[in-house]
Write a protein that binds this ligand. Sequence first.
Ligand SMILES: [Fe+2]
Ligand SMILES: [Fe+2]
Length: 490
Amino acid sequence: MQNIITTLKKLFYLWRRSQVPAKHSIKISRIDILIIFLVCILISIISSYKLLLISPLNIADFFSWLFTFTEILISTGILILVSKKENPTISSRQILFIITLLLAVQATKLVFASTISPLSMIIPPALVISQGMGTITALAWVSIASFSWPDPTVAINNNLFFILLACSSVVSLLGGRIRSRAQLLQLSIFVPIGSFLSQCLLIGKDKIFLFNKQDFVLANGDIFSDSLLLAIVMLFTILFIPIFESIFGLLTKARLLELADKENPLIRRLSLEAPGTFEHTLLICGLAEEATRMIGGDIDLIKTGGLYHDVGKLHAPNWFIENQDGSKNPHDELDDPIKSAEVLQAHVDEGLKFARKNRLPKLIANFIPEHQGTLKMGYFFQKAKEKNLDINEYYFRYKGPIPQSKETAILMLADGCEAALRAMNINASDNEAMETISKIIYARQKDGQLKDSDLSRGEIFLIKRAFLNVWKRIRHRRIQYPTAKNNTFS
Ligand SMILES: [Fe+2]
Ligand SMILES: [Fe+2]
Protein backbone atom coordinates (compact mmCIF):
# COMPACT_ATOMS: atom_id res chain seq x y z
CA MET A 1 0.00 0.00 0.00
CA GLN A 2 2.81 2.36 1.01
CA ASN A 3 4.61 1.59 -2.23
CA ILE A 4 1.54 2.37 -4.31
CA ILE A 5 1.11 5.74 -2.58
CA THR A 6 4.81 6.58 -3.10
CA THR A 7 4.60 5.59 -6.77
CA LEU A 8 1.43 7.63 -7.24
CA LYS A 9 3.07 10.62 -5.56
CA LYS A 10 6.12 10.24 -7.81
CA LEU A 11 3.91 9.99 -10.91
CA PHE A 12 1.93 13.03 -9.82
CA TYR A 13 5.18 14.97 -9.24
CA LEU A 14 6.52 13.99 -12.68
CA TRP A 15 3.23 14.86 -14.33
CA ARG A 16 3.16 18.27 -12.60
CA ARG A 17 6.75 18.95 -13.58
CA SER A 18 6.01 18.16 -17.19
CA GLN A 19 2.82 20.24 -17.27
CA VAL A 20 3.57 23.32 -15.22
CA PRO A 21 7.18 24.32 -15.61
CA ALA A 22 8.42 26.84 -13.06
CA LYS A 23 9.26 30.26 -14.43
CA HIS A 24 12.36 32.15 -13.45
CA SER A 25 11.66 35.83 -13.11
CA ILE A 26 14.30 38.50 -13.34
CA LYS A 27 15.60 39.79 -10.01
CA ILE A 28 14.93 43.47 -9.38
CA SER A 29 17.46 45.49 -7.38
CA ARG A 30 16.52 46.98 -4.00
CA ILE A 31 16.85 50.55 -5.21
CA ASP A 32 14.46 49.84 -8.10
CA ILE A 33 11.98 48.22 -5.69
CA LEU A 34 12.18 51.34 -3.51
CA ILE A 35 11.56 53.67 -6.49
CA ILE A 36 8.63 51.53 -7.68
CA PHE A 37 7.16 51.50 -4.16
CA LEU A 38 7.48 55.29 -3.89
CA VAL A 39 5.69 55.78 -7.22
CA CYS A 40 2.90 53.45 -6.00
CA ILE A 41 2.58 55.54 -2.80
CA LEU A 42 2.44 58.70 -4.93
CA ILE A 43 -0.35 57.22 -7.07
CA SER A 44 -2.31 56.32 -3.92
CA ILE A 45 -1.84 59.82 -2.47
CA ILE A 46 -2.89 61.56 -5.71
CA SER A 47 -5.93 59.32 -6.02
CA SER A 48 -7.14 59.77 -2.45
CA TYR A 49 -5.81 62.98 -0.86
CA LYS A 50 -8.94 64.99 -1.67
CA LEU A 51 -10.80 62.93 0.92
CA LEU A 52 -8.61 64.55 3.57
CA LEU A 53 -9.48 68.07 2.46
CA ILE A 54 -13.05 67.80 3.75
CA SER A 55 -13.55 70.10 6.68
CA PRO A 56 -14.31 69.45 9.43
CA LEU A 57 -12.47 66.15 9.13
CA ASN A 58 -13.90 63.49 11.38
CA ILE A 59 -12.61 60.01 12.17
CA ALA A 60 -14.98 58.36 9.64
CA ASP A 61 -13.55 60.55 6.84
CA PHE A 62 -10.01 59.64 7.88
CA PHE A 63 -10.82 55.93 7.73
CA SER A 64 -12.52 56.43 4.41
CA TRP A 65 -9.27 58.03 3.11
CA LEU A 66 -7.16 55.25 4.61
CA PHE A 67 -9.38 52.65 2.97
CA THR A 68 -9.12 54.31 -0.49
CA PHE A 69 -5.36 54.81 -0.09
CA THR A 70 -4.78 51.14 0.83
CA GLU A 71 -7.14 49.95 -1.89
CA ILE A 72 -5.19 51.81 -4.59
CA LEU A 73 -1.82 50.74 -3.17
CA ILE A 74 -2.91 47.09 -3.26
CA SER A 75 -4.33 47.55 -6.78
CA THR A 76 -0.99 48.86 -8.10
CA GLY A 77 0.75 45.92 -6.40
CA ILE A 78 -1.65 43.53 -8.17
CA LEU A 79 -0.96 45.31 -11.48
CA ILE A 80 2.79 44.71 -11.02
CA LEU A 81 2.20 41.05 -10.15
CA VAL A 82 -0.03 40.56 -13.20
CA SER A 83 2.55 42.16 -15.50
CA LYS A 84 5.30 39.98 -13.98
CA LYS A 85 3.18 36.90 -14.49
CA GLU A 86 2.52 37.75 -18.14
CA ASN A 87 6.14 38.84 -18.79
CA PRO A 88 8.43 36.78 -16.53
CA THR A 89 11.48 38.61 -17.90
CA ILE A 90 10.01 42.07 -17.27
CA SER A 91 12.63 44.62 -16.22
CA SER A 92 12.30 47.27 -13.51
CA ARG A 93 12.32 49.92 -16.26
CA GLN A 94 9.22 48.35 -17.80
CA ILE A 95 7.43 48.09 -14.43
CA LEU A 96 8.25 51.76 -13.86
CA PHE A 97 6.85 52.54 -17.30
CA ILE A 98 3.48 50.92 -16.48
CA ILE A 99 3.07 52.57 -13.09
CA THR A 100 4.36 55.95 -14.34
CA LEU A 101 1.62 55.85 -16.98
CA LEU A 102 -0.85 55.16 -14.16
CA LEU A 103 0.59 58.07 -12.17
CA ALA A 104 0.35 60.37 -15.21
CA VAL A 105 -3.27 59.36 -15.83
CA GLN A 106 -4.26 59.87 -12.17
CA ALA A 107 -2.59 63.31 -12.18
CA THR A 108 -4.27 64.24 -15.49
CA LYS A 109 -7.64 63.20 -14.08
CA LEU A 110 -7.06 65.45 -11.10
CA VAL A 111 -6.22 68.48 -13.22
CA PHE A 112 -8.36 67.97 -16.33
CA ALA A 113 -11.17 65.64 -15.23
CA SER A 114 -13.83 68.23 -15.88
CA THR A 115 -12.40 69.36 -19.22
CA ILE A 116 -10.98 66.31 -20.98
CA SER A 117 -12.94 63.18 -21.82
CA PRO A 118 -11.86 60.08 -19.80
CA LEU A 119 -11.70 58.20 -23.12
CA SER A 120 -8.66 60.24 -24.25
CA MET A 121 -6.94 59.68 -20.89
CA ILE A 122 -7.27 55.91 -20.60
CA ILE A 123 -7.51 54.37 -24.09
CA PRO A 124 -4.16 55.60 -25.58
CA PRO A 125 -1.98 54.31 -22.67
CA ALA A 126 -3.88 50.99 -22.86
CA LEU A 127 -2.78 50.74 -26.50
CA VAL A 128 0.91 51.25 -25.63
CA ILE A 129 0.79 48.77 -22.74
CA SER A 130 -0.99 46.09 -24.76
CA GLN A 131 1.57 46.48 -27.54
CA GLY A 132 4.61 46.38 -25.29
CA MET A 133 3.54 44.19 -22.35
CA GLY A 134 0.59 42.15 -23.57
CA THR A 135 -3.19 42.07 -23.35
CA ILE A 136 -3.60 40.85 -19.75
CA THR A 137 -1.33 43.57 -18.34
CA ALA A 138 -3.20 46.17 -20.39
CA LEU A 139 -6.58 44.91 -19.13
CA ALA A 140 -5.36 45.00 -15.52
CA TRP A 141 -4.04 48.54 -16.08
CA VAL A 142 -7.35 49.65 -17.64
CA SER A 143 -9.40 48.30 -14.75
CA ILE A 144 -7.27 50.08 -12.14
CA ALA A 145 -7.08 53.33 -14.11
CA SER A 146 -10.84 53.29 -14.69
CA PHE A 147 -12.02 52.30 -11.22
CA SER A 148 -9.62 54.35 -9.13
CA TRP A 149 -10.84 57.83 -9.91
CA PRO A 150 -9.38 60.60 -7.74
CA ASP A 151 -11.84 61.21 -4.90
CA PRO A 152 -14.25 62.84 -4.36
CA THR A 153 -15.32 61.25 -7.60
CA VAL A 154 -15.81 63.51 -10.54
CA ALA A 155 -19.19 62.59 -11.86
CA ILE A 156 -18.93 60.39 -14.93
CA ASN A 157 -21.93 59.42 -16.89
CA ASN A 158 -22.62 55.70 -16.31
CA ASN A 159 -23.02 55.12 -20.02
CA LEU A 160 -19.75 56.94 -20.73
CA PHE A 161 -18.04 54.73 -18.15
CA PHE A 162 -19.41 51.65 -19.89
CA ILE A 163 -18.18 52.93 -23.30
CA LEU A 164 -14.79 53.69 -21.75
CA LEU A 165 -14.46 50.15 -20.43
CA ALA A 166 -15.69 48.60 -23.68
CA CYS A 167 -13.37 50.68 -25.91
CA SER A 168 -10.29 50.23 -23.72
CA SER A 169 -10.91 46.48 -23.48
CA VAL A 170 -11.18 46.25 -27.28
CA VAL A 171 -7.94 48.25 -27.63
CA SER A 172 -6.18 46.04 -25.05
CA LEU A 173 -7.32 42.85 -26.77
CA LEU A 174 -6.48 43.95 -30.30
CA GLY A 175 -3.33 45.86 -29.29
CA GLY A 176 -1.76 42.66 -27.96
CA ARG A 177 -2.26 40.94 -31.31
CA ILE A 178 -1.67 43.70 -33.85
CA ARG A 179 1.42 43.00 -35.91
CA SER A 180 1.94 46.13 -38.01
CA ARG A 181 1.95 49.89 -37.63
CA ALA A 182 -0.68 50.13 -40.41
CA GLN A 183 -3.12 48.10 -38.31
CA LEU A 184 -2.38 50.38 -35.36
CA LEU A 185 -3.34 53.36 -37.50
CA GLN A 186 -6.58 51.64 -38.48
CA LEU A 187 -7.32 51.03 -34.81
CA SER A 188 -6.73 54.70 -34.01
CA ILE A 189 -9.41 55.61 -36.54
CA PHE A 190 -11.98 52.89 -35.92
CA VAL A 191 -11.98 53.08 -32.10
CA PRO A 192 -12.82 56.83 -32.03
CA ILE A 193 -15.53 56.23 -34.67
CA GLY A 194 -16.90 53.36 -32.54
CA SER A 195 -16.82 55.51 -29.40
CA PHE A 196 -18.56 58.35 -31.27
CA LEU A 197 -21.37 56.09 -32.51
CA SER A 198 -21.84 54.40 -29.14
CA GLN A 199 -21.91 57.76 -27.38
CA CYS A 200 -24.53 58.96 -29.89
CA LEU A 201 -26.63 55.91 -29.09
CA LEU A 202 -26.18 55.79 -25.33
CA ILE A 203 -25.63 59.40 -24.29
CA GLY A 204 -27.69 61.33 -26.78
CA LYS A 205 -27.48 63.12 -30.09
CA ASP A 206 -28.13 66.49 -28.47
CA LYS A 207 -24.53 66.62 -27.28
CA ILE A 208 -23.02 66.85 -30.76
CA PHE A 209 -22.02 70.46 -31.24
CA LEU A 210 -19.56 69.97 -34.09
CA PHE A 211 -17.49 73.08 -34.72
CA ASN A 212 -19.68 75.74 -33.12
CA LYS A 213 -17.68 75.79 -29.88
CA GLN A 214 -14.60 77.86 -29.28
CA ASP A 215 -13.01 75.58 -26.67
CA PHE A 216 -13.15 72.73 -29.11
CA VAL A 217 -10.71 70.26 -27.53
CA LEU A 218 -11.52 71.05 -23.93
CA ALA A 219 -15.26 70.70 -24.38
CA ASN A 220 -15.98 67.69 -22.17
CA GLY A 221 -19.38 66.25 -22.88
CA ASP A 222 -19.32 67.22 -26.54
CA ILE A 223 -19.41 63.83 -28.18
CA PHE A 224 -17.82 64.84 -31.47
CA SER A 225 -14.89 66.78 -30.02
CA ASP A 226 -14.29 64.05 -27.40
CA SER A 227 -14.01 61.43 -30.15
CA LEU A 228 -11.82 63.66 -32.29
CA LEU A 229 -9.52 64.34 -29.35
CA LEU A 230 -9.32 60.58 -28.75
CA ALA A 231 -8.29 60.02 -32.39
CA ILE A 232 -5.62 62.75 -32.16
CA VAL A 233 -4.17 61.42 -28.88
CA MET A 234 -4.16 57.86 -30.26
CA LEU A 235 -2.33 58.97 -33.41
CA PHE A 236 0.28 60.81 -31.32
CA THR A 237 0.66 57.76 -29.10
CA ILE A 238 1.39 55.59 -32.16
CA LEU A 239 4.00 58.14 -33.24
CA PHE A 240 5.65 57.90 -29.82
CA ILE A 241 5.59 54.09 -29.56
CA PRO A 242 9.05 53.69 -31.23
CA ILE A 243 10.49 56.13 -28.66
CA PHE A 244 8.94 54.16 -25.77
CA GLU A 245 10.38 51.01 -27.37
CA SER A 246 13.92 52.30 -27.23
CA ILE A 247 13.72 54.04 -23.83
CA PHE A 248 11.94 51.26 -21.92
CA GLY A 249 13.17 48.28 -23.95
CA LEU A 250 9.64 47.35 -25.05
CA LEU A 251 9.46 44.82 -27.83
CA THR A 252 6.25 45.25 -29.81
CA LYS A 253 5.05 42.85 -32.49
CA ALA A 254 5.45 45.60 -35.09
CA ARG A 255 9.12 46.13 -34.08
CA LEU A 256 9.75 42.38 -34.23
CA LEU A 257 8.36 42.18 -37.74
CA GLU A 258 10.40 45.19 -38.85
CA LEU A 259 13.54 43.48 -37.55
CA ALA A 260 12.58 40.23 -39.29
CA ASP A 261 12.55 41.98 -42.67
CA LYS A 262 15.23 40.31 -44.78
CA GLU A 263 15.98 43.65 -46.44
CA ASN A 264 17.39 44.84 -43.11
CA PRO A 265 21.02 45.98 -43.79
CA LEU A 266 22.57 43.51 -41.33
CA ILE A 267 20.61 40.56 -42.74
CA ARG A 268 21.37 41.66 -46.32
CA ARG A 269 25.06 41.74 -45.38
CA LEU A 270 24.78 38.23 -43.94
CA SER A 271 23.20 36.93 -47.15
CA LEU A 272 25.92 38.51 -49.32
CA GLU A 273 29.06 37.99 -47.23
CA ALA A 274 28.16 34.71 -45.52
CA PRO A 275 25.65 32.98 -47.84
CA GLY A 276 26.18 29.59 -46.18
CA THR A 277 25.40 31.02 -42.74
CA PHE A 278 22.36 32.76 -44.21
CA GLU A 279 21.04 29.46 -45.63
CA HIS A 280 21.70 27.74 -42.30
CA THR A 281 19.86 30.59 -40.55
CA LEU A 282 16.78 30.25 -42.77
CA LEU A 283 16.64 26.52 -42.20
CA ILE A 284 16.93 26.69 -38.43
CA CYS A 285 14.33 29.48 -38.39
CA GLY A 286 11.99 27.01 -40.14
CA LEU A 287 12.74 24.28 -37.58
CA ALA A 288 12.47 26.61 -34.60
CA GLU A 289 9.26 28.26 -35.83
CA GLU A 290 7.49 24.92 -36.21
CA ALA A 291 8.65 23.78 -32.74
CA THR A 292 7.60 27.06 -31.12
CA ARG A 293 4.17 26.80 -32.74
CA MET A 294 3.82 23.27 -31.32
CA ILE A 295 4.52 24.37 -27.73
CA GLY A 296 2.60 27.67 -28.01
CA GLY A 297 5.64 29.96 -27.64
CA ASP A 298 6.33 33.36 -29.18
CA ILE A 299 6.69 32.66 -32.91
CA ASP A 300 7.55 36.24 -33.93
CA LEU A 301 10.26 36.40 -31.28
CA ILE A 302 11.97 33.17 -32.34
CA LYS A 303 11.72 34.01 -36.06
CA THR A 304 13.48 37.32 -35.50
CA GLY A 305 15.93 36.04 -32.87
CA GLY A 306 16.83 33.12 -35.14
CA LEU A 307 17.60 35.47 -37.99
CA TYR A 308 20.24 37.29 -35.93
CA HIS A 309 21.70 34.37 -33.93
CA ASP A 310 24.82 33.94 -36.08
CA VAL A 311 25.39 37.51 -37.37
CA GLY A 312 28.71 37.41 -35.47
CA LYS A 313 30.03 35.07 -38.17
CA LEU A 314 30.26 38.17 -40.39
CA HIS A 315 33.57 38.99 -38.68
CA ALA A 316 35.25 36.06 -40.45
CA PRO A 317 32.77 34.15 -42.66
CA ASN A 318 35.27 31.74 -44.26
CA TRP A 319 36.31 30.34 -40.85
CA PHE A 320 32.94 28.60 -40.65
CA ILE A 321 32.39 25.38 -42.59
CA GLU A 322 29.08 26.38 -44.18
CA ASN A 323 30.79 29.27 -46.03
CA GLN A 324 33.90 27.40 -47.19
CA ASP A 325 32.43 26.14 -50.43
CA GLY A 326 35.00 23.34 -50.82
CA SER A 327 37.96 25.73 -50.54
CA LYS A 328 40.77 25.40 -48.01
CA ASN A 329 39.81 25.31 -44.36
CA PRO A 330 41.79 28.09 -42.57
CA HIS A 331 41.62 26.03 -39.33
CA ASP A 332 43.82 23.36 -41.00
CA GLU A 333 46.41 25.98 -41.89
CA LEU A 334 46.27 27.46 -38.39
CA ASP A 335 46.70 24.01 -36.84
CA ASP A 336 46.08 25.33 -33.33
CA PRO A 337 42.90 23.98 -31.66
CA ILE A 338 42.98 26.64 -28.94
CA LYS A 339 43.10 29.51 -31.44
CA SER A 340 40.37 27.82 -33.51
CA ALA A 341 38.19 27.63 -30.38
CA GLU A 342 38.78 31.36 -29.87
CA VAL A 343 37.56 32.05 -33.43
CA LEU A 344 34.39 30.09 -32.69
CA GLN A 345 33.78 31.98 -29.43
CA ALA A 346 34.38 35.23 -31.35
CA HIS A 347 31.20 34.64 -33.41
CA VAL A 348 29.27 35.12 -30.16
CA ASP A 349 31.29 38.12 -28.91
CA GLU A 350 31.25 39.85 -32.29
CA GLY A 351 27.55 39.06 -32.64
CA LEU A 352 26.85 40.91 -29.40
CA LYS A 353 28.88 43.86 -30.73
CA PHE A 354 26.79 43.86 -33.93
CA ALA A 355 23.64 43.75 -31.76
CA ARG A 356 24.77 46.80 -29.78
CA LYS A 357 25.78 48.71 -32.91
CA ASN A 358 22.46 47.98 -34.59
CA ARG A 359 20.47 48.65 -31.40
CA LEU A 360 18.84 45.23 -31.37
CA PRO A 361 16.42 44.79 -28.43
CA LYS A 362 17.79 42.74 -25.51
CA LEU A 363 15.34 39.88 -26.09
CA ILE A 364 16.74 39.47 -29.62
CA ALA A 365 20.39 39.92 -28.59
CA ASN A 366 19.90 37.15 -25.98
CA PHE A 367 19.67 34.61 -28.81
CA ILE A 368 23.33 35.29 -29.75
CA PRO A 369 25.10 33.89 -26.65
CA GLU A 370 22.27 31.60 -25.49
CA HIS A 371 22.03 29.57 -28.72
CA GLN A 372 25.55 28.28 -28.01
CA GLY A 373 25.12 28.18 -24.23
CA THR A 374 28.19 26.55 -22.68
CA LEU A 375 28.38 23.81 -25.33
CA LYS A 376 31.67 22.03 -25.86
CA MET A 377 33.50 22.60 -29.15
CA GLY A 378 33.96 18.86 -29.42
CA TYR A 379 35.91 18.76 -32.69
CA PHE A 380 38.69 21.09 -31.55
CA PHE A 381 38.78 19.60 -28.04
CA GLN A 382 39.36 16.21 -29.65
CA LYS A 383 42.13 17.69 -31.82
CA ALA A 384 43.79 19.17 -28.75
CA LYS A 385 43.65 15.78 -27.04
CA GLU A 386 45.16 14.13 -30.15
CA LYS A 387 48.01 16.60 -29.95
CA ASN A 388 48.44 15.62 -26.29
CA LEU A 389 47.95 19.19 -25.19
CA ASP A 390 47.40 19.32 -21.45
CA ILE A 391 44.49 21.69 -21.52
CA ASN A 392 41.32 22.09 -19.54
CA GLU A 393 37.96 21.40 -21.20
CA TYR A 394 36.91 24.86 -20.01
CA TYR A 395 38.84 26.53 -22.88
CA PHE A 396 36.80 24.54 -25.39
CA ARG A 397 33.40 25.54 -24.09
CA TYR A 398 31.40 28.60 -25.14
CA LYS A 399 31.17 31.20 -22.41
CA GLY A 400 27.36 31.04 -22.13
CA PRO A 401 24.94 31.76 -20.56
CA ILE A 402 22.87 28.65 -21.16
CA PRO A 403 19.38 29.32 -22.66
CA GLN A 404 17.23 31.31 -20.24
CA SER A 405 13.96 31.06 -22.16
CA LYS A 406 12.06 28.39 -24.06
CA GLU A 407 12.62 30.24 -27.32
CA THR A 408 16.43 30.45 -27.03
CA ALA A 409 16.50 26.79 -25.94
CA ILE A 410 14.50 25.76 -29.02
CA LEU A 411 16.95 27.72 -31.19
CA MET A 412 19.89 25.88 -29.59
CA LEU A 413 18.22 22.53 -30.34
CA ALA A 414 17.37 23.57 -33.91
CA ASP A 415 20.95 24.80 -34.39
CA GLY A 416 22.23 21.41 -33.27
CA CYS A 417 19.84 19.38 -35.43
CA GLU A 418 20.07 21.45 -38.62
CA ALA A 419 23.38 20.15 -40.01
CA ALA A 420 22.60 16.54 -39.04
CA LEU A 421 19.16 16.64 -40.70
CA ARG A 422 20.56 18.30 -43.80
CA ALA A 423 23.23 15.62 -44.10
CA MET A 424 20.75 12.75 -43.73
CA ASN A 425 20.23 10.35 -46.58
CA ILE A 426 17.19 11.13 -48.70
CA ASN A 427 16.01 7.53 -48.25
CA ALA A 428 16.30 7.59 -44.46
CA SER A 429 13.16 6.55 -42.62
CA ASP A 430 11.21 8.69 -40.16
CA ASN A 431 12.49 6.52 -37.34
CA GLU A 432 16.10 7.13 -38.32
CA ALA A 433 15.51 10.89 -38.46
CA MET A 434 13.76 10.81 -35.09
CA GLU A 435 16.66 8.84 -33.62
CA THR A 436 19.16 11.46 -34.85
CA ILE A 437 17.04 14.31 -33.45
CA SER A 438 16.57 12.56 -30.09
CA LYS A 439 20.31 11.83 -29.79
CA ILE A 440 21.25 15.50 -30.36
CA ILE A 441 18.61 16.81 -27.98
CA TYR A 442 19.46 14.25 -25.30
CA ALA A 443 23.16 15.20 -25.48
CA ARG A 444 22.27 18.86 -24.78
CA GLN A 445 19.88 17.88 -21.99
CA LYS A 446 22.53 15.69 -20.37
CA ASP A 447 25.08 18.48 -20.67
CA GLY A 448 22.74 20.67 -18.54
CA GLN A 449 22.12 23.19 -21.32
CA LEU A 450 18.32 23.17 -20.93
CA LYS A 451 18.03 23.38 -17.16
CA ASP A 452 17.26 27.13 -17.04
CA SER A 453 14.89 27.14 -20.00
CA ASP A 454 11.81 25.70 -18.28
CA LEU A 455 11.16 23.29 -21.15
CA SER A 456 9.06 20.42 -19.81
CA ARG A 457 9.40 16.81 -20.95
CA GLY A 458 6.14 17.10 -22.84
CA GLU A 459 7.40 20.17 -24.65
CA ILE A 460 10.70 18.50 -25.57
CA PHE A 461 8.69 15.63 -27.06
CA LEU A 462 6.64 18.11 -29.12
CA ILE A 463 9.84 19.87 -30.28
CA LYS A 464 11.21 16.55 -31.55
CA ARG A 465 7.97 15.88 -33.47
CA ALA A 466 8.11 19.39 -34.96
CA PHE A 467 11.71 18.93 -36.15
CA LEU A 468 10.71 15.62 -37.72
CA ASN A 469 7.81 17.27 -39.55
CA VAL A 470 10.12 19.96 -40.97
CA TRP A 471 12.64 17.31 -42.02
CA LYS A 472 9.85 15.44 -43.85
CA ARG A 473 9.02 18.67 -45.68
CA ILE A 474 12.68 19.20 -46.65
CA ARG A 475 12.95 15.61 -47.85
CA HIS A 476 9.83 16.04 -49.93
CA ARG A 477 11.35 19.13 -51.55
CA ARG A 478 14.52 17.19 -52.42
CA ILE A 479 12.67 14.34 -54.17
CA GLN A 480 13.00 14.86 -57.91
CA TYR A 481 9.80 14.52 -59.85
CA PRO A 482 10.06 12.22 -62.88
CA THR A 483 10.08 14.25 -66.11
CA ALA A 484 7.37 13.42 -68.58
CA LYS A 485 8.64 11.72 -71.74
CA ASN A 486 6.72 14.09 -73.92
CA ASN A 487 6.19 17.58 -72.62
CA THR A 488 2.46 17.54 -72.67
CA PHE A 489 0.54 20.12 -70.76
CA SER A 490 -0.81 18.97 -67.46
FE1 LIG B 1 26.28 29.91 -33.63
FE1 LIG C 1 23.80 28.70 -35.99
